[in-house]
Ligand binder design. Structure first.
Ligand code: C2E
Ligand code: MG
Ligand code: MG
Ligand code: MG
Length: 287
């Protein structure tokens, strides 16, 4: 009967909830040892200019869980934020990205930049020690070999503006003072407001991949992308399109003046060794 089916649905729902909660508790527990056990690594995805030249890389975290295998960030960053572990993980990411930046400079030149994703919690006042450390990491106080202060770019999402975390927005203004570039990630998916964009004068606007993927599809978002690019430019921002998968998308974006492009069409995110090794191999076959 319908009544019976309904009861079963509730039971299934409870079982699923319970399972999800147990899984979460387990992952949060496992996260505690992940740094010490070397279970994290970064992958790097190139960002190219309109001529296809690699100008930046985005650093993306990966977790090789000892029994569950590779866990993508969307499946654990949220838990790490809830548990506060994102602070430690975020520091690890910046240190790793900084080391990678130095190696990438050897291959791509001093101008190459690496962008890192930063959670609103990492910017909050309630974590003042960690915020101070974040500056020091970003500005290079701890490192002898960082002449280029702008080598690292901080990627934030619109959540920073929604965050009740005391001072997160103030930190964004401080970044600017310290010459640290900021990119607004996933633009168009959150509670976008022109006011934020105008008040915080960020350096880059990253058009979310949902808009890019619809560019050559049936529900065309051509005029939307065109509008976002024009708006960003009028505010002095540089535009990066993410999730570019086809040459058609790339061509349209370039036609509307998009500055930089990132996506599987150019390259999937790769481990640093692979990026450094590949280039060497290419040089060998070219000669
Ligand atoms: P994001 O910062 O917007 O990163 C872009 C995501 O799009 C990455 O997923 C990337 O692998 C994926 N992507 C790139 N090109 C394409 C494409 O052409 N097609 C499609 N379908 N996808 C593409 P990933 O690596 O799974 O990361 C997901 C999200 O997790 C990131 O989104 C970011 O919000 C978060 N994240 C990743 N690493 C970190 C980190 O170190 N710290 C923090 N706080 N968050 C991170
Ligand atoms: Mg990002
Ligand atoms: Mg994004
Ligand atoms: Mg995202």
């Amino acid at each position: 009967s319908a009544k019976h089916a309904g009861r079963n649905q509730i039971k299934d729902f409870n079982v699923e909830l319970k399972y999800a909660l147990l899984e979460k508790i387990e992952l949060v527990k496992d996260l505690r040892n992940a740094i010490a056990n070397n279970e994290f690594h970064l992958v790097f995805q190139p960002i190219v200019n309109r001529f296809g030249k690699v100008v930046k890389f985005e650093a993306l975290i990966r977790w090789s869980h000892p029994t569950k295998g590779l866990i993508p960030p969307d499946q654990f960053i949220g838990y790490a934020e809830e548990s506060g572990q994102i602070i430690m993980i975020g520091e690890w990411v910046i240190l790793e990205a900084k080391m990678a930046l130095e190696k990438l400079k050897g291959l791509y030149g001093e101008e190459i930049q690496v962008s890192v994703n930063v959670s609103p919690l990492q910017l909050s006042n309630s974590q003042s020690d960690s915020t101070k450390l974040l500056y020091e990491l970003l500005t290079g106080v701890f490192s002898e070999s960082t002449p280029n202060k702008n080598g690292l770019i901080v990627e934030i999402t619109e959540n920073v503006f929604m965050s009740s975390e005391e001072g997160a927005q103030q930190q964004l203004l401080n970044f600017r003072k310290h010459g640290i570039q900021v990119a607004l990630d996933d633009f168009g998916t959150g509670y976008s407001s022109l006011a934020y964009i105008m008040n915080y004068q960020m350096d880059y606007l990253k058009i979310d991949k949902t808009f890019v993927s619809r560019l050559d599809g049936p529900e065309s978002s051509v005029s939307l992308c065109e509008g976002m690019i024009a708006m960003a430019h009028s505010l002095g921002m540089t535009v990066v399109a993410e999730g570019v998968e086809t040459s058609e998308q790339a061509a349209l974006l370039c036609e509307y003046g998009c500055d930089y492009l990132q996506g599987y069409y150019y390259s999937k995110p790769k481990r640093l060794d692979e990026i450094l090794g590949r280039e060497v191999d290419q040089n060998v076959t070219n000669t």
